[in-house]
Design a binder for this molecule. Structure first.
Ligand code: PGA
Length: 251
């Protein structure tokens, strides 16, 4: 039976040294040996310092690698401390996470995110584009408006839609242990897909959920309608937990 939940993105955030690669053998074996895992897209997004090592480690495994951010500037030059999309691509990375709320909270706005998406696509990276509302916005019942606004502005004038995955990550859910109610998620994911299809002209939109995904709540989250996968932060830093999450989505 094929799993409709196809994408499992591991966002390692600011976690990991070279020694942390030792634990990845378990995931490589799982991907290779478990027949249900063969067709899954497993994507690891470690910090920049580990990108090259991850690409090497996953070389023959069909597990993909992505960065957690990139500059909106496509060429070489200043600013100090930044990394652009072509540098990421040159490592044979395939993905980049953009628009994460932890970057938005530090001042990244929709316009900058839009420029980053353009630069990443120009360099043939695939995008994991994060959107999500804060708790205050949720309480004010403006979640849908916020999400549409982030999508509309972030994807302004973007043509290559097939290389963009949307990750719905409520800000209040990230790292908090809280997840939205299933009935709310069912409505929101379908709502986002309809908007992506009808208004933003996505042919086959893919939407992931992220925020406190764990081996415990995955049994509920796996039932969300129309979902294509998960963006996992904290729980992905432990290979056993990450594999457990994936396995529990199998029928
Ligand atoms: P979390 O993080 O799973 O630790 O909540 C998700 C994310 O920030 O992508």
């Amino acid at each position: 039976m094929t799993n409709k939940l196809k994408y499992f993105v591991a966002n390692w955030k600011m976690y990991g040294h070279l020694g942390s690669l030792n634990s990845l053998g378990k995931v490589i074996n799982f991907k290779k040996k478990n027949k249900n895992a063969k067709n899954l897209k497993i994507i690891y997004c470690p910090p920049f310092t580990l990108l090259h090592a991850f690409v090497q480690k996953f070389k023959n495994s069909n597990i993909k690698t992505g960065a957690q951010n990139c500059s909106f500037i496509s060429s070489f030059g200043p600013p100090t401390g930044s990394i652009n999309a072509s540098m990421i691509k040159s490592l044979k990375c395939e993905y980049v996470i953009l628009g994460h709320s932890e970057k938005r909270a530090k001042g990244e706005n929709d316009k900058t995110i839009n420029k980053k998406i353009q630069s990443a696509l120009k360099n043939n990276l695939k995008i994991i584009f994060c959107i999500g509302e804060t708790m205050i916005q949720k309480r004010k019942k403006v979640t849908k408006k916020i999400l549409l606004n982030q999508l509309y502005k972030g994807l302004h004038r973007i043509k290559k839609k097939q290389n963009i995955l949307i990750a719905y990550e409520p800000v209040w859910s990230i790292g908090s242990g809280l997840v939205p109610r299933s009935e709310d998620l069912n409505i929101l994911i379908s709502f986002l897909k309809t908007y992506l299809r009808n208004k933003l002209k996505f042919k086959n939109p893919k939407v992931l959920y992220g925020g406190s995904v764990s081996p415990q709540n995955i049994l509920v989250l796996r039932k969300i309608l129309n979902l294509d996968g998960f963006l996992v932060g904290g729980s992905s830093q432990n290979s056993k937990k990450f594999i457990d999450i994936i396995k529990k989505t199998f029928n």
